[in-house]
Design a protein around this ligand. Structure first.
Ligand SMILES: [Zn+2]
Length: 230
């Protein structure tokens, strides 16, 4: 399953831009995501929480902050997954913010080639992790910015051990995803997680995985086919 052909391909279901415009209908099953990777981020049908794929298992952090393993039949409206292989490792110590972590990663990636995708796995102990999830939405769906105003739920985890699941997208990805970094968090005890706003990290290590292939799967629906992206 983890053939060399697909091991370095970033698989993306739909577009971040379709999600931003309120298209939350799931189009790809969790089972399919597991064929495309063992590591990644996304969300679930009707925007029912944050998706975290870590070591081949898929977890949902719902709007109450509960973490549970996702069913293979659940569908996702947006996700990025791939098979993580460690190219390089960077020790991390006393990182006071997500900005500082980004700067460290930037120093590395700018040098290596900012025009590739990078998977970033950061495992360690954290003094604090600020994260969020969101409550599932009902149709007709509002745009993502409207949803976040009323249904975003914020969490603050303290003295937690776990993994940041990160993706870096190059600047030319502006129409398909968000250029720059996107991190989710999952604690080792699988009780805490979410989309990450900020962190304060004591120590650990960051692993980087360069990805040069990109596979995009667009939803086959009239809803998606007629979205006005302009
Ligand atoms: Zn996220």
């Amino acid at each position: 399953m983890n053939s060399s052909l697909n091991s370095r391909t970033l698989f993306q279901a739909a577009l971040l831009q379709s999600l931003v415009l309120g298209h939350y209908e799931g189009s790809v099953e969790v089972k399919e995501l597991k064929r495309q990777g063992d590591f990644g981020i996304g969300t679930f049908d009707s925007l029912d929480g944050e998706l975290i794929m870590c070591r081949g298992r898929v977890y949902q952090v719902n709007g109450r902050g509960e973490v549970k393993e996702a069913d293979d039949r659940w569908k996702v409206p947006f996700a990025d997954v791939f098979f993580f292989e460690t190219d390089r490792t960077l020790p991390m110590k006393d990182i006071s913010s997500l900005d500082e972590l980004r700067e460290k990663a930037d120093g590395f990636i700018k040098n290596w080639g900012p025009n590739y995708f990078y998977g970033i796995r950061v495992h360690g102990t954290f003094e604090k992790v600020y994260a969020r999830s969101e409550k599932a939405q009902k149709k007709p769906y509002a745009r993502l910015d409207e949803v976040m105003k009323k249904d975003q739920v914020e969490f603050q985890f303290e003295h937690t051990k776990g993994t940041l699941i990160g993706l870096y997208c190059p600047s030319f990805m502006g129409g398909l995803n968000m250029p720059g970094y996107h991190f989710h968090y999952l604690s080792d005890d699988r009780k805490e997680g979410g989309h990450v706003f900020d962190v304060c990290m004591k120590e650990g290590k960051a692993e980087f995985c360069l990805l040069s292939d990109f596979k995009l799967k667009l939803p086959r629906s009239s809803g998606f086919g007629k979205i006005d992206f302009n």
